[in-house]
Design a protein around this ligand. Structure first.
Ligand code: PLP
Length: 223
């Protein structure tokens, strides 16, 4: 096994207080997660509903699960009973479905809005103006069973560290705007989820509160 415990320790040593480590365990077996768990790690992130279901059923119940992938609306009902945070919400439709399923379970589910700032033309995430539009639209205010806790983004996949820094700075500035305009009275709106294995140091400088790190803890994924 990869030196999960050693890697975890080295990463945690580099995180300032107040930055939450989400250990991204997708495609890694339970024994890797258990190794991190033994050393006190409790927050893990997964991106596929089926895989998460199996892990949730077989691993300790006090694990805090974040769903970090693109979530199809027809899959929401499967994770609603136990998911702690859905990190990548990029439409009002998805937000409404999470609310509906959370209500059925008598729960309030924490979510982040996913921004699309990177240059890549992926389908996912809200452009800054789309995110403003969603928030201006106001429909989200009626949703009693979801709690919008902040913003999430992935920087471009590039070696250009200045570009990564520009993108994360843009996200951090936009966070301030959203906080002031829509969530000034909502202390729970405080999370900025950016930073992965290769760029979490930049993310911390750009005011990340939540880093999502997989490879640097668990090694390369076997797909
Ligand atoms: C896989 C994944 C990560 C972790 O990436 P690493 O490079 O392995 O640290 C972080 N965020 C999201 C959204 C991911 O899908």
């Amino acid at each position: 096994m990869y030196d999960v415990k050693g890697n975890l320790r080295r990463i945690l040593d580099r995180l300032p207080q107040g930055v939450c480590l989400v250990a991204i365990s997708k495609y890694h077996p339970n024994e890797y997660i258990e190794a991190a768990y033994e050393d006190g790690q409790r927050v893990f992130g997964e991106s596929h509903e089926q895989e998460l279901k199996l892990k949730h059923e077989t691993l300790p119940k006090d694990i805090v699960w974040h769903f970090i992938g693109h979530l199809q609306t027809n899959k929401v009902k499967y994770i609603a009973p136990y998911i702690n945070m859905v990190e990548a919400v990029d439409s009002l439709k998805l937000l409404k479905e999470i609310n509906k399923q959370a209500q059925k379970c008598g729960r309030v589910i924490d979510v982040l809005l996913e921004l699309h700032i990177a240059e890549e033309s992926t389908k996912y995430g809200l452009r800054i103006d789309e995110c403003r539009q969603l928030l201006d639209d106001g429909g989200w205010r009626e949703l009693q069973n979801v709690r919008i806790c902040g913003l999430m983004m992935m920087a471009s996949f590039t070696d250009d560290r200045e570009q990564i820094r520009r993108e994360m700075t843009l996200a951090a500035d936009f966070f301030d705007e959203v906080k002031a305009r829509y969530f000034a009275d909502a202390p729970w709106f405080c999370e900025r989820s950016w930073g992965m294995s290769d760029d979490f140091d930049i993310a911390i400088e750009c005011r990340s509160t939540m880093v999502r790190i997989g490879t640097s803890i668990f090694g390369p994924r076997v797909y």
